[in-house]
Design a protein around this ligand. Structure first.
Ligand code: DX5
Ligand code: ZN
Length: 221
């Protein structure tokens, strides 16, 4: 399982809005809809005011899915815990620039462990902070809500940063967007240069997941 090469639009359903008591079957449903990536939101109650799950859950889910595990670490100490998520079966690890002093080192470590690496920036974090490291990543994640919860309103100003990031990384690096993505906001972020669309509420908040994914796909065209 590897992050698809840049150049295609991919939808990455976020499990945050799924039924946590039935995660395996929830993931199966979106897998059947043809997505290649599932977005796993890891929260530590410290970097963000919410707590989700850790490596043991990822390891259990690995047995039920062949999707790319796009693991978004919203935790204060990604340097310490990233290897644990890789061992559990994560394929791609995204960490936040706000909490890592030596991002180059962590990116290299992730690559050495055989997974792809991503850097993420919060809505208030300037693009300048990731300018140097973004080209070293396989995917850059732009938050368009304050991280911590699903179902929040899309922040247009934060989305504008996608344009600058796309021009820094060029066409070979994926630019992922996370927060308030639905059929209405999708055309905006795609026009700015995003190619990987995380959607939680817009997919798992709908009873027909297939139709929900199709609606985002159509909006991205
Ligand atoms: C928020 C998470 C997101 C979240 C997005 O902190 O990083 O991945 O699930 O949810 P929606 O798509 O509902 O805004
Ligand atoms: Zn996320």
């Amino acid at each position: 399982m590897q992050l698809p090469k840049a150049g295609t639009i991919e939808i990455a359903p976020s499990v945050l809005s799924a039924d946590f008591a039935n995660l395996a079957s929830e993931i199966k449903q979106v897998e059947q809809a043809g997505v290649k990536i599932i977005h796993l939101d890891v929260m530590d109650g410290h970097f963000v005011p919410n707590i989700t799950f850790g490596p043991p859950i990822v390891a259990k889910l690995r047995k039920y899915s062949t999707l790319v595990f796009d693991t978004h670490l919203m935790i204060t100490d990604p340097e310490k815990y990233a290897p644990r998520f890789v061992e559990a079966g994560a394929n791609h690890i995204t960490f936040h620039i706000e909490v890592v002093n030596k991002p180059e080192r962590l990116i290299k470590e992730l690559h050495n462990m055989g997974v792809t690496a991503g850097i993420c920036l919060n809505p208030e974090t300037p693009v300048d902070d990731i300018k140097k490291v973004a080209p070293l990543c396989d995917m850059v994640l732009v938050m368009t809500v304050h991280p911590g919860f699903g179902g929040q309103a899309f922040m247009p100003d934060a989305a504008e940063k996608i344009k600058a990031i796309r021009s820094i990384v060029g066409p070979a690096v994926r630019v992922e967007v996370d927060g308030g993505i639905d059929p209405e906001t999708t055309p905006v972020v795609v026009s700015y240069g995003a190619d990987t669309l995380v959607a939680g509420n817009a997919i798992f908040g709908e009873s027909d997941r297939l139709a929900a994914i199709e609606a985002i796909r159509t909006a991205a065209k």
